[in-house]
Design a protein around this ligand. Structure first.
Ligand SMILES: [Zn+2]
Length: 271
């Protein structure tokens, strides 16, 4: 994007072609399979207190995100759907916009005031940032880096059921990278903390933006080195070694890097 891009849109300056994602109470307003709305459909609901944020521009079409404090489902014949449900049920390109819009609104809503002096912030004129007019600090949208790791022992996969699982799936181990850590150090620490074993040969595979609420997931493989499985019961309810032909219900490769790591391991052994 160039510096002349407008990241904060005046609600009166909507374009006919804009595609607008509407959020309320951390959910998205949708109609059937349509995740976004045209300006003409929602213009009557916008007031000057709304501040649509630019998600992206593709083929000269602006994709915007706007938050409504009130539930306006009835007035536009919409229903509220969670991002999580959208991830599971829609194609990836639409989910990318919906997820990014949610992250941007989260950031915008939590940076109305300067963290240093407490003054109300203002949108930056040129960049996607909020600025404090008193101390000139800029606040950019942030991501939180996390690691997600598939630990293997020969053919076996270590899969765990997380205590806060939304799906009931068994999946890879994951956690936030702490200040001062490399991603590889975070992998070794998280595995040790969550299930009590040591790993080696930690290698990066691929990454994924994960808007629940604002993570960058870095996906790794690691080999089992030593120790017995002892789930910590705080984050991990149960953890076990599984053979490729006998896996519990887990995430699909099409939606998450965890699913892709599992699929890659199975491919290696011809499954
Ligand atoms: Zn300030």
């Amino acid at each position: 994007m160039t510096t002349s891009t407008e990241f904060f849109i005046d609600p009166q300056q909507g374009l006919k072609e804009d595609r607008v994602f509407i959020y309320h109470d951390k959910q998205l307003l949708v109609r059937g399979k349509n995740l976004y709305w045209s300006n003409s459909e929602i213009q009557h609901l916008l007031s000057n207190s709304h501040r649509p944020l630019l998600i992206d521009i593709q083929n000269r079409i602006r994709y915007l995100a706007v938050q409504f404090e009130k539930d306006v489902c009835d007035s536009i014949d919409a229903e509220l759907v969670s991002l999580w449900k959208i991830l599971l049920e829609t194609d990836n390109s639409q989910f990318r916009f919906a997820g990014l819009g949610s992250q941007l609104l989260n950031w915008y809503n939590s940076h109305r005031f300067c963290g240093t002096c407490g003054s109300p912030t203002q949108p930056h004129e040129l960049e996607r940032a909020m600025v404090c007019p008193s101390c000139q600090l800029s606040f950019y949208a942030r991501i939180n880096p996390c690691v997600i790791v598939l630990v293997t022992r020969g053919q076996e996969l270590l899969l765990a059921k997380h205590t806060r699982t939304r799906t009931g799936f068994h999946s890879c181990l994951a956690g936030f990278i702490e200040v001062g850590e490399t991603p590889e150090q975070a992998v070794a620490r998280e595995v040790k903390e969550e299930v009590g074993i040591e790993v080696e040969n930690i290698r990066y595979i691929k990454s994924q933006s994960w808007p629940f609420p604002s993570q960058l997931m870095l996906g790794f493989f690691a080999d089992y080195k030593a120790g017995d499985l002892r789930p910590d019961r705080k984050e991990i309810e149960e953890a076990a070694w599984f053979l490729p032909g006998d896996l519990p219900l887990g995430p699909a490769a099409s939606i998450s890097v965890a699913g892709e790591l599992i699929a890659l391991h199975l491919q290696r052994f011809g499954f």
